[in-house]
Design a protein around this ligand. Sequence first.
Ligand code: FES
Ligand code: FES
Length: 181
Amino acid sequence: MHDQHSPDQAGDTGAIDEIDDIDDIKISVVVNGVRYVRRVEPRMLLADFLRHTLCLTGTHVGCEHGVCGACTIIVDGSSARSCLMLAVQADGCELRTVEGLGSMDKLSPLQQAFQDCHALQCGFCTPGMLMTCTDMLEKYPLANDEEIREGLSGNICRCTGYVNIVEAVRRVRDASQEKPQ
Ligand code: FES
Ligand code: FES
């Protein structure tokens, strides 16, 4: 059997031991309204692309296999685990990360509700929670308490702050219903 890393015992017979590196791939993504064009390794995770290539470190990485939800972002309008996507799969997509929700001076209503309700402790899960809840509130603005809990069930908070997180989402839901139409 031929071992691709060992040249044939050919000496000067002309055998070639060649590893043909796969070239980086150029991708174009819009993140929080800004278009980025970058070359990436085909194996690079989308979470790593956001954090290391674009320096958008608000997206956290916990389990790296789709369980904890810390890396949740919004891809083309739906929440997604950025640790389960390759950066190249996001080519042409529109992404939203926690950095796009609000600013230090002007928190989004959901961020403000998290602060007001003490819906975070260490804060590690918070970016993923915020993006999951943002998607949920946009899609299901009338979600009842059970649906809110169901919607959050894919995000793990190791500080077990679920009660206050649900309360924060509930506040935003209720406030949006009180606004004059
Ligand atoms: S880091 Fe992606 S789901 Fe845990
Ligand atoms: S606030 Fe610490 S993991 Fe959720």
